[in-house]
Write a protein that binds this ligand. Structure first.
Ligand code: S3P
Length: 419
C-alpha cells in the first residue's frame, strides 16, 4: 500500500519569521494569517515580545502591533533564539541599530553555528558586535549605523536579510551584492529595488524608509512539502496532494530536480498571494524508480534545506547521484553532509562523503535500523521518509525535534500511511 491523501503542511518558516519582523518594524497593527506554529518562528515571536512588541494570537491569525523601527524597548535579559538561525541573524540586524544593548543566545546547536558572517558586515556599518570564537552569544552594543555596499562572501539569505534590515536603520543607503542567488523573501516583502549587473544582483535599501503596517498571508512551506514529494516519488502506489504550497522560484529547485529524476509531480492552480507565488501539488507513483542525477553550482542555495531528503530519493534511485558545492550544509543545525551520510549508511545505503557533498549509488531497497537525528528536524524527517520505503522497522532517535519546523509531521505521516 502506498501513501494516500491530502496533506496539511505547516506555514512557511522563512516567510513567517519575516512577516513578524516586518510587522514589528512597521507602525501600527498588522494581521498575519497562517503564521507558523513551529518552534523556530515562535522563537522570533518570543524575542519580539521581550522587545516590547504586543502580539495577539487568534485562531488562524496574529495581530502584531508594530512601533516603528526604533520603537523596541530594552529587553530585561538575553533574547533566546532557541534553535533558530533565522531569528538570531535577522534580529541581530534590527538590534544593531537600536539605542540599547542586547544579547542573543541559542541552544547548543545554534551556539555552534557561524555568526562571524553577520558580525563582519554589521561592524562595517559601525555596530559593535561581540562573539565568542565567532559564535553566539551575540552581544550587540546598539548605536548609529551607516549604509554600506556589501558583497556577500557566502550565498546566504540570512546574512543578506540581516544586512538589509540593519540598512533600514542606517544613515544613507545600503546595497547587498549577491553573485549566487539566495532566497529572496526579504526583498520581495519589502518591495526593494534589485538590479542585475554582470551576473550579480544588487539589492538596495534606503535608511529611514518606513515599513508599512499591512496584512500578510503566509504560504505553506515548500521545504516541508519536499519530504512528501520524495515520499510520494519513492513509495510505490502513492498519491499525495498538498494545497497552497509556496513556490518561490529562489527555493523550489527540488521540484524540477525530482521531475528530472523521473518523479510524477503535477502543479495546479498556480497563483500569487501577497508577495509569493503558490500552487497545489500532487505527487503520484505507479511503481517506477527514480534515476540518479548530478547537482551542484549555483543551484545549491535554491535547495539547500532539501538536500538531506534529495539524498534519500537518490538512495532509492537507479544509478549514481552526485551532490557537489554544498559545503554550507556543514553549517546548518547539524553538519548535514555527515548526518545524512550517517543515517543512510546505517540503513544500508552506499554513500561517499565529500568535503562539499555526497555521492550516492542508488539501490532498490534500504533496511530499517536505529538512526540518529542528532536533534536536527530535517535529518529526522529525511530519515523517516527513507524508513517508509525500507524493509523492516526504523527507530529515529530524538524524533520530537521535527517541532522546529513541522510539529504535526508524525501525525500527518501516520494519516497518509493509513495507520
Ligand atoms: C533561511 C535561509 C537559509 C536556510 C534556512 C532559512 C532564511 O539559510 O537554510 O533554513 O529564512 O533566510 P542561509 O541563508 O544561511 O543559507
Amino acid at each position: 500500500m502506498g501513501l494516500a491523501g491530502r496533506l496539511r503542511l505547516p506555514a512557511d518558516k522563512s516567510v513567517s519569521h519575516r512577516t513578524a519582523l516586518l510587522a514589528a518594524l512597521a507602525e501600527g497593527p498588522s494581521e498575519i494569517v497562517g503564521f507558523s506554529d513551529a518552534a523556530d518562528p515562535q522563537s522570533t515571536l518570543a524575542c519580539l515580545r521581550s522587545l516590547g512588541i504586543q502580539i495577539k494570537e487568534h485562531e488562524d491569525s496574529l495581530i502584531i502591533h508594530g512601533r516603528g523601527p526604533r520603537g523596541f524597548t530594552s529587553p530585561t535579559g538575553a533574547l533566546d533564539c532557541g534553535n533558530s538561525g533565522t531569528t538570531m541573524r535577522l534580529l541581530s540586524g534590527v538590534l544593531a541599530g537600536q539605542s540599547f544593548d542586547s544579547t542573543l543566545t541559542g541552544d547548543a546547536s545554534l551556539s555552534r553555528r557561524p555568526m562571524g558572517r553577520i558580525a563582519e558586515p554589521l561592524r562595517r556599518m559601525g555596530a559593535r558586535i561581540d562573539l565568542t570564537d565567532g559564535h553566539a552569544p551575540v552581544r550587540i552594543t546598539g548605536g548609529t549605523l551607516r549604509g554600506i555596499e556589501y558583497e556577500l562572501p557566502v550565498a546566504s539569505a540570512q546574512v543578506k536579510s540581516c544586512v538589509l534590515l540593519a540598512g533600514l536603520l542606517a544613515g544613507g543607503s545600503t546595497t547587498v551584492i549577491e553573485s549566487v542567488p539566495s532566497r529572496d523573501h526579504t526583498e520581495r516583502m519589502l518591495g526593494l529595488d534589485t538590479m542585475e549587473i554582470g551576473g550579480q544582483r544588487y539589492i538596495t535599501i534606503e535608511g529611514g524608509r518606513a515599513v508599512k503596517a499591512q496584512p500578510w498571508i503566509v504560504p505553506r512551506d515548500f521545504s516541508a512539502a519536499a519530504f512528501f514529494l520524495v515520499a510520494g516519488a519513492i513509495v510505490a502506489h502513492s498519491h499525495i496532494e498538498m494545497r497552497s504550497v509556496g513556490l518561490n522560484p529562489s527555493r523550489s529547485a527540488l521540484l524540477d530536480l525530482l521531475r528530472a529524476m523521473g518523479a510524477n509531480i503535477t502543479v495546479g492552480n498556480e497563483r500569487t498571494r501577497g508577495h509569493e507565488p503558490l500552487a497545489d501539488l500532487t505527487v503520484q507513483n505507479e511503481g517506477g524508480r527514480l534515476h540518479g542525477i548530478t547537482v551542484g553550482g549555483t543551484l545549491i542555495p535554491n535547495l539547500i534545506d532539501e538536500i538531506p531528503v534529495l539524498a534519500v530519493a537518490a538512495a532509492y534511485a537507479e544509478g549514481r547521484t552526485e551532490i557537489r558545492d554544498a559545503e554550507e550544509l556543514r553549517h546548518k543545525e547539524t553538519d548535514r553532509i555527515a548526518a545524512t551520510a550517517a543515517f543512510l549508511r546505517t540503513m544500508g545505503a552506499e554513500v561517499m562523503e565529500l568535503d562539499d557533498g555526497l555521492v550516492i549509488e542508488g539501490q532498490p531497497m534500504l533496511k530499517g535500523a536505529t538512526v540518529e537525528s542528532e536533534g536536527d528536524h530535517r535529518i529526522a524527517m529525511a530519515a523517516a521518509i527513507a524508513a517508509l520505503a525500507a524493509e523492516g522497522e526504523t527507530t529515529i532517535r530524538d524524533a520530537d525535534c521535527v517541532a522546529v519546523s513541522f510539529p504535526a509531521f508524525w501525525d500527518e505521516l501516520a494519516a497518509l500511511a493509513g495507520s
